[in-house]
Design a protein around this ligand. Sequence first.
Ligand code: B16
Ligand code: MG
Length: 489
Amino acid sequence: MKCERILVEYGAQPYAGLDTYFLDNYEEIDADRKRPVILICPGGGYRMTSDREAEAVAVKYVSMGYHACVLRYSVKPEIFPRALCEVAWCVNYLRSHADEYAIDRNRIFVLGFSAGGHLAASLGAFWQEKWLGELLGVNKEEIRPDGMILCYPVISSKQYGHIESFENLLGKNDTEEMRAYLSLEDHVTEDFPPTFMWHTYEDDAVPVENSLLMAGALRKAGVSLELHIFPHGPHGLSLAKEETRCAATGGGIQKHCQSWPDLTDGWIREMKENDCKEEKKGIIFDLDGVIVSTDKFHYQAWKKIADKMGIEFNEKINERLRGVSRMESLEIILEKYEGAPLSAEQKQALAEEKNGYYVDLLKTMDRCDVSEEVVNTLKSLRRKGYFLAVGSSSKNAKIILRQTRIEDLFDAVSDGNNITRSKPDPEVFLKAAEYIELLPKQCAVVEDARAGIDAAKAAGMMAVGIGTATEYDKCDRKIKSFGELDQIF
Ligand code: B16
Ligand code: MG
């Protein structure tokens, strides 16, 4: 397990720390396992971060197979929006380090207790606000939590509000206007993430009305909610068991409430199942090997180069070139080169020469190079209301689309010209989703290359494999022919 303290690099004088509890992967079990992560914000009235709602909770989630981390956010005398920026920073950090820590980048859950629940819910309410993305200098999608777990949260600053929390959070800016802005039940939109919430009916520090008001607001906005109100127990129960007993009062054990972490586990699992069923709105197509068969032209062009250089090159090596960039393709071919090492300029020249041969071959293409099955299926998907995009590693994608006269069948093209990293990096597909203005999870990718399937999964998209990709078990769905897409979508 990777346990370390990461300094939250937000603000001129970073203070907050993120304590990680990240599980390792093992060959014997599954070397590629990606886990959801629970980002825990302890409570403490924005005056402190309670130890009772920190490590023990992380360990509980780790025992259930989750990655967990605890954010020790800034509290009084620091004021809003410092702590919110810190939690947003952490979501971006977890998402951008997803590969390093084997995190499922689309299952980042923010869990908060009491005032930490207010902090978590503030991110749920404000993640898409321009001002927050700008303060962090990141795209709003990077700070979007995928779900909220709110434990006896502070929500309202009005009649049922926990006033001390708002005084501490706002400090010198404690105005009526700011209190209204931070009364979160009034700032719930359809963009608020799916939420799990629990409270006790008897809570007299942060009354249950906080959760009830939030539930009403979520309901009104059409946001998915699981809500549990346990009849007995005081405020601040944490795990409600011996492990997190309160030394000062000797209390904090409430047997009936101990089930809540398991309930969240069920909620997260059910959400994943529903996600797969969730209607996709965009479909992103790889070009070569899916829409057209330019792979044979790539082969012929590279063959000329290989023959000239006396390098062994065959169909098997050609398979490895699927979906990878031109320069990476050249490096693969040069693995068999036995001559003196080539300079960067020589490699560049070879890649350009290959591209010249390739582009000449592309000129022979016309509408007949796209099958009727592909054209009819694309038209049908469009009629059903899907946004369609191309997501290709090729810098020649637009030439191919023009040559075959199918440009009009797509709403957007993301290709080798608008990316800096090629598949298996998700960039090409994330850009495509951005162009058609959809969230990654609303998109599916159709791919023929392993690198492309990996890229789709890394982007958090459904991956449909066709052709050689169907031998790859990472595909969510496999199709034998393009027309089958009409049954899936
Ligand atoms: P270019 P895709 C990929 O296209 C090909 O599969 C791959 O073999 C090629 O090296 C790459 O495009 C770059 O192509 O040299 O034209 O820029 O499958 O991602 O549509
Ligand atoms: Mg391909």
